[in-house]
Design a protein around this ligand. Structure first.
Ligand SMILES: Nc1ncnc2c1ncn2[C@@H]1O[C@H](COP(=O)(O)OP(=O)(O)O)[C@@H](O)[C@H]1O
Ligand SMILES: [Mg+2]
Length: 253
């Protein structure tokens, strides 16, 4: 079982969209996928029709259920562990427990029949992000190519290397990829930021080939509660996320 997370402590950079689209793409390719919504904003969960009363991640943190019991099937190859707003409060209590760091890793050990776990994380470096990274073999970092866009990422990368050293030797940065960006856009400042990152001796090798273009079909598909691949299979969004998934599979498959 491969465990991948999408993280960046900045909000609005495409974590949820990427986790969703990559989960859908992997499921479409025939893999068994579990999507874990670790963000109390529950944006990923809201893109699925889930009846009230279905277990949510907060109950898992409170050890009322196991993670395996909270998996809810949302497609032939896709299961979801949904989040609820109450997760914000539950995360605070969770973070005070001495062994919270290993909690998701240990809970995932009880999940069977899944090829890929995809984790959407909140825009912070709090307890749920830490536990997600300790459970992951690779973290992928979506980034807007803005002048101050890197700052959040640097803190995240520092944390990854500390977690890798102390708690999860398997963890690596699978890649950094630019969102709402294309080399063909007429935005000189963005290109400059992208070039600087590609030229950086430490970060450059982490920058992925695929960039995700701005595409209205992506938010549309989310509000229509459909996968981008069924909502607009020919869209730039679908195309870019197919490419990103292929690049991810090259790295972890
Ligand atoms: N490539 C894109 N093109 C257009 N809109 C996008 C794109 N990626 C994300 N969005 C939209 O931008 C908003 C923020 O994206 P989201 O994935 O929720 O970011 P995060 O999870 O990092 O906060 C959402 O409304 C989403 O639908
Ligand atoms: Mg999000």
């Amino acid at each position: 079982m491969h465990v991948l997370s999408f993280a960046n402590n900045k909000g609005g950079v495409g974590k949820t969209t990427s986790a969703l689209c990559v989960a859908h793409a992997l499921a479409e390719q025939g893999f068994q996928v579990a999507l874990l919504d670790c963000d109390p904003q529950a944006n990923a969960s809201k893109t699925f029709q889930v009846p009230a009363g279905v277990p949510h991640l907060g109950e898992v943190l409170e050890e009322k259920r196991s993670l395996a019991q909270a998996l809810y099937r949302v497609g032939p190859n896709l299961q979801l562990v949904r989040a609820e707003r109450s997760l914000a409060q539950q995360e605070k209590v969770f973070g005070t427990q001495p062994d919270y760091i290993f909690f998701l890793r240990d809970q995932l050990a009880g999940v069977t029949g899944v090829d890929y776990v995809v984790i959407d994380t909140p825009p912070s470096l709090g307890a749920l992000t830490v536990a997600s990274l300790v459970a992951s073999e690779a973290v992928f970092v979506p980034l807007h190519p803005e002048f101050f866009g890197n700052e959040g990422m640097t803190a995240l990368l520092d944390m990854c290397s500390r977690l890798q050293k102390n708690f999860n030797p398997k963890l690596r940065v699978g890649g950094i990829f630019f969102t709402e960006y294309a080399p063909s856009y007429r935005r000189a400042l963005h290109h400059q930021v992208v070039q600087q990152l590609r030229d950086d001796p430490a970060l450059g090798p982490l920058v992925m080939q695929t960039t995700i273009r701005e595409n209205v079909a992506l938010p549309e598909s989310q509000s229509m509660r459909q996968s981008i691949f069924s909502w607009a299979p020919q869209s730039n969004g679908a195309q870019d996320y197919r490419n990103l998934t292929a690049e991810i599979l090259e790295k972890v498959g």
